[in-house]
Design a protein around this ligand. Structure first.
Ligand SMILES: NC(=O)c1ccc[n+]([C@@H]2O[C@H](COP(=O)([O-])OP(=O)(O)OC[C@H]3O[C@@H](n4cnc5c(N)ncnc54)[C@H](O)[C@@H]3O)[C@@H](O)[C@H]2O)c1
Length: 361
């Protein structure tokens, strides 16, 4: 292995990708010592990798895993399956029911990259049992990164959240702004990020701070704004908007899952990236829904002050471009409901499902 500019994967159909920038950021001697560098020939657009996805049976994971398989990767889908398992068995897919809190017992042999989605995944769920939230979302992330390094995994893609910023007055929220997380959920994300960055000499760390996701997944979430309001319009012809003026960023599920794959294909893109492309108010989301399904909009007071416009310029400058919109998300939910793929049941609301499962204290 030399320290020279390195060209990945020579035998494929697509253009090769240079990863020297990533290696430079890892330090002058990185090519000699970095486990990621040692495994470089297996990383790239044309190279089929073994990807360990935590939280793989969740809302995002259930869309991401089939995409990873479709481009030829092997996938280990690791999840406690709190909300079930909607992954279809497929060649190249191994599903493991397990707890990331036991990360030091996880076998990562042969794994090229981890996509870490598992967490207690919203504010009310995080508040249900803060100790559990910290153990899963922060402590287990550290243990998993530690295990990754011990077992020679070179890559770690982390699903953080744009909610780490808290309430911001700035017109555009960029990655360099101070983090002022409000809830346990947001705080665990912030700390997990910091922990992962502390491993940046030993792992290629790619952190994504996504906006609120919308659109259909086989493991559906109806506790995220666009999906929730669309379902209200479908089932009761009435949308209840709390506050309504708070501006929040959104991202379509196909864009966020494409982005994780884009990150896999681009190990040179290290560090932290916002990912949200439509900053609109909750009231605007409701108005977009009622243009498609007529429904009454009822506005009630909210105690949630978070309102911010996310800037994803840094990500866009790398060449990634989103392909879907909030309208697409609304239309997906409507179509899935109408053709029977989607039912408005409790498992689609994380807080209801967690209370029922008694996973929290
Ligand atoms: N959906 C969004 O709008 C959104 C926005 C920003 C960030 N995120 C983050 O993206 C990630 C995925 O979100 P999602 O919407 O798919 O959430 P989700 O709740 O649908 O999925 C999370 C998955 O993690 C699993 N899990 C929880 N604790 C676990 C443990 N101890 N061990 C193993 N598996 C465990 C659950 O069973 C679940 O399948 C989360 O980290 C979330 O915080 C989501």
């Amino acid at each position: 292995m030399t320290g020279a500019t390195y060209r990945q994967w020579d035998g494929g159909r697509k253009p090769t990708v240079l990863v020297s920038a990533a290696l430079n950021r890892l330090g002058a001697n990185a090519t000699k010592t970095h486990p990621a560098a040692a495994r470089r020939p297996r990383v790239g657009l044309e190279c089929h990798m073994k990807i360990f996805v935590t939280g793989a049976c969740g809302y995002k994971g259930s869309v991401l895993v089939p995409k990873l398989l479709a481009v030829g990767h092997q996938v280990v889908a690791f999840d406690d399956q709190w909300f079930g398992n909607y992954l279809t068995p497929a060649p190249g897919l191994t599903v493991i029911k397990g707890d990331v809190r036991e990360a030091d017992q996880i076998d990562l042999s042969g794994v090229d990259a981890i996509i870490h989605l598992a967490s207690v995944a919203n504010d009310p769920c995080g508040d249900l049992d803060p100790k559990l939230t910290w153990e899963i979302s922060a402590l287990a992330t550290m243990r998993l990164a530690d295990q990754a390094i011990r077992q020679g995994v070179g890559r770690f893609i982390y699903a953080s959240s744009a909610s780490v910023y808290g309430v911001k007055q700035e017109d555009q929220v960029t990655e360099d702004l101070k983090l002022e997380p409000l809830s346990e959920y947001n705080k665990t994300k912030m700390i997990a990020e910091r922990v992962l960055l502390s491993y940046a000499k030993e792992l290629v760390v790619q952190i994504v701070r996504p906006a609120t996701v919308c659109g259909f997944s086989p493991r559906m979430r109806l506790d995220v704004s666009v999906n929730m309001l669309t379902m209200q319009a479908l089932t009761s012809n009435r949308i209840t908007v709390f506050g309504g003026d708070q501006v929040r960023p959104n991202i379509h599920i196909d864009d966020i899952t494409d982005l994780y794959i884009y990150m896999l294909d681009h190990p040179e893109i290290v560090g932290i990236y916002n990912a949200g492309f439509e900053n609109i108010s909750i009231r605007e989301i409701a108005e977009r829904i009622v243009r498609i399904i007529p429904a009454e909009i009822v506005v009630t007071p909210s105690n949630d002050p978070r309102s911010y416009r996310l800037s994803s310029k840094k990500l866009l400058a790398t060449g990634f471009s989103p392909k879907f919109t909030v309208e697409d998300g609304i239309l997906d939910v409507i179509a899935a409901y109408r053709d029977g793929r989607l039912k408005d049941n409790e498992s689609c609301y994380n807080i209801k499902a967690m209370k029922k499962l008694s996973v929290a204290a």
